[in-house]
Ligand binder design. Sequence first.
Ligand code: HEM
Length: 422
Amino acid sequence: MRDRLAFLRRLHHYGDLVRVHIGPWRALVVTSAELTGEMLVADRVFDKGGYLFDRIRETGGNGLVSCPHRDHRRQRRLVQPAFHRDRLPGYLRMMSRQIDVVLAGWRDGETVDVRTDMQAITARTLLPRGLPPAVMEQMFTDMHVILAGVTWRAIVPKRLDRVPTPANRRYRRAQERLRAIVAGLVAEHRSRETDHDDLLSGLLSSYDPDGLTEDEIHDQVLTFLLAGTETTANVVSWALHLLAGHPDIERRLRAEAVEVVGDGEVTVADLSRLAVCRQVVLETMRLYPPVPFLTRLTTEDTELGGHPVPAGTTIAYSPYAVQRQAAHFPDPDDFRPGRWAEHADPLRPPRGPFLAFGGGARRCVGDVLGLAEATLMVSAIVRRWSLRPVPGPPVRPAVSLVLTPRALRMRLHAADPEGAAA
Ligand code: HEM
């Protein structure tokens, strides 16, 4: 529990499939990329479930992330139109606008809480315009309380939920408030004549009215908020942290951003030309996958890698541990964006041992969008700003359902268009 990431990384020395006991947890951890891939593809037998998803369901209900296999194909078909490639240009325009809104508040020499500002951008691209800032801020806090608290709750007995500790009360209040906000968002969407260009409007408009029940729509909206805001925001926050330690890469990235984007908006064609930026984003996601650890539950007696696995077994997989294995990525702790030079297509994120978006039929539905948004954000920020650490303890990852840079405060320095920081 003291250093979960180091623990996860060590496990592959014991084998491809390792039995782990933590408190009441009894789980098998898959440590090899090949076996993880095999497990993810067999999503009927290795279904969503296990300690972690039992707790995720308490908030996300039967939404796309947590629903069991029997509901999955139907749900995925219903949400897919919101992620159709034809919608990407509109999303890119809207993302550029939201990035501009948040960056317009930045001042030279000021110190910013990077994660909060990045989350403000990613939440704005999901949410309809006109949501009062106070409601939005409350949502960020509530979402963070849930994402940070869910892993802990997964390893403590459920009966402890009823103990009125401050943490339990905070968690419950966050769940209730988020449900109420989501109900308001859905009602507001229905009362509107025209479709907005944000992702939630896209999602809600794409539903055939008979396709999902009222509860499913609420679960879906909450799921998308939880799955799509902090993940991308953390990628960009980590990227800015890593770039501060690699000024040479930052300079190349700035030159590219100035050349490709200039002052205009980014198109889908521009995305392919932001090659250095995409490599930086992918390498950041390799080192700090936003979702470091997930579980499955076997629905029948089966086997994995030749080992028998009884029905009802919790199996865990870890994008973090696999992506830090030297067998797949030489010098795995080094930040080397160049290793992604072959992955030039922004519409095809890497697969194989790159597990940051999961795999199989339950692979992230927002993979292209999340990658595009992170690329846009990093290039727009670096084009105009250099962010440097403020004095203080080294930035460390906070591990929960998401991998967050703890207390990432950075000072802003305006960059000049020639590519050098002022
Ligand atoms: C860089 C950003 C992102 C990362 C790293 C990420 C990561 C992941 C991962 C690892 C999974 C698989 C979970 C599992 O195996 O149990 C997943 C699923 C999912 N993600 Fe993402 N995600 C990102 C962005 C987004 C965005 C922007 C959205 C939506 C707007 C989104 C919505 C979802 C949904 C709905 C699922 C469930 C898919 C299914 O089961 O069919 N994600 N994501």
